[in-house]
Design a binder for this molecule. Structure first.
Ligand code: C5P
Length: 399
């Protein structure tokens, strides 16, 4: 059931119409999975005459329903529609095209299509007389005018003695069109990406701590973007009040010491580390087990925290890449360049935090640099845009 894993941005619904080409969609399902998509199959009830539920469940690793009357508490048509990033219906029969063109909602698949804003690709397959029938032609036109992407069937031998236009296209052709429609990249497939997010806290006593303003939004955006591009992602989150990300393993930590332990266990198996977390620079020399009375809180002796990236530099293998972050208020490029060298980084993202605007914000401005200097700058972009810019630069480093 390994395919059951959910990946943000790569959730696909594969709708199956009631045509003999349904058996060819088994191969399509497999190839979509090879491309890093997590696929839920929704056959029409008629499609089950050709390929049954057990086959789809075994191949997809997920439960398969065809009617809204099944899995009623799960409200499948709404939840599937909400999660799906793309819908592909292959084969789409003449009847299914007609039902979709009329906005019918008489089985689970048509309900999901109506409830979803995701891009939809239909792959018709039927007898030439049915494909060329004015009713089908009108339905296809209607659906195209509403934004459905519809492939042309291929020409050739059909199931019966006839031949002509109506054949289910080759899987490779469907995939090529799907990639075009989805506009999606699977360029991190097979890569193990470790991301740290948030800010560490160092306890003064059971109530108080030394911390920083990092919200974790940037690290979470990077984790989600990497997962959406097919990577297998682990996220070490230090004090982040942010929701889970589907398909991303989150390890929650509080202090620098806990972050260090998590990094030491996760880093060796990672291809890439993106060290976005703001590590507390110092911790109290002593942590009190009891709440310190106000009148004794005059001075706190501090000691520096370990430089975690500095420690990892020694363990780093030639195949591993490390990206660091720098939040600076002056001499941005020069400070970032020296950090890059000192910490053995491949890339660094430096942002100007002089007005405090970046912490907790949904936007970021800064520059991605490597050892030769600035590579790309962004200004007031959403943190998920920066995430993808950074991943693009990372891939260029991988080569
Ligand atoms: O805090 P500083 O500007 O040195 O942070 C630069 C990079 O070093 C960041 O990626 C941060 O996560 C990392 N860092 C670290 N250990 C520290 C402090 C920062 O690994 N003690």
């Amino acid at each position: 059931m390994s395919q059951a894993v959910s990946r943000p941005g790569r959730e696909v619904i594969l709708g199956i119409g009631g045509g003999i080409a349904a058996y060819k969609a088994c191969d399509l399902l497999r190839r979509l999975q090879d491309d890093g998509f997590s696929v839920t199959v929704v056959p029409t009830p008629a499609a089950l005459n050709f390929v049954g539920t057990s086959t789809w469940e075994a191949l997809s690793g997920r439960p398969v329903y065809s009617q809204v009357w099944e899995n009623v508490p799960g409200v499948a048509h709404v939840s599937l529609a909400a999660d799906a990033r793309f819908i592909i219906i292959a084969p789409a029969t003449a009847d299914l095209l007609a039902r979709l063109a009329h906005g019918r909602a008489d089985d689970l698949l048509t309900n999901v299509v109506l409830a979803s804003d995701a891009p939809k690709l239909l792959v018709p397959a039927m007898h030439p007389k049915m494909w060329l029938n004015p009713a089908t032609i009108a339905n296809v036109e209607t659906l195209r005018s509403r934004g459905f992407h519809i492939m042309e069937p291929e020409v050739g031998r059909l199931t019966g003695p006839d031949s002509g236009v109506g054949r289910f296209p080759q899987t490779a052709n469907i995939l090529a069109r799907f990639r075009e429609v989805a506009g999606s990249k699977a360029d991190l497939l097979g890569k193990r990406v470790l991301v740290t997010a948030g800010g560490t806290r160092e306890a003064i006593d059971p109530v108080r701590y030394i911390g920083n303003r990092s919200s974790g939004k940037q690290g979470f955006a990077i984790a989600a973007a990497a997962a959406a591009r097919g990577a297998s992602v682990s996220l070490i989150a230090a004090n982040c009040d942010l929701p889970e990300i589907n398909g991303v393993e989150i390890i929650r930590v509080e202090s620098t010491a806990e972050l260090r332990t998590a990094l030491n266990s996760e880093f060796p198996a990672s291809d890439v580390l993106i060290m976005c977390a703001a590590v507390a620079d110092a911790r109290p020399l002593q942590t009190s087990g009891e709440k310190i009375k106000k009148e004794f809180l005059k001075e706190i002796a501090l000691t520096p925290t370990p430089d975690l990236l500095g420690e990892l530099k020694v363990l780093k293998k030639a195949t591993q890449l490390i990206v660091g972050f720098a939040a600076e208020t002056q001499d941005l490029d020069a400070s970032a360049s020296s950090k890059l060298v000192a910490k053995g980084l491949d890339l660094i993202y430096v942002n100007d935090v002089s007005d405090g605007a970046i912490f907790g914000s949904d936007l970021t401005s800064g520059t991605v640099m490597d050892k030769n200097g600035p590579l790309v700058s962004v200004e007031d972009v959403p943190k998920d845009t920066l995430a993808n810019v950074l991943l693009d630069q990372l891939l260029l480093q991988i080569g």
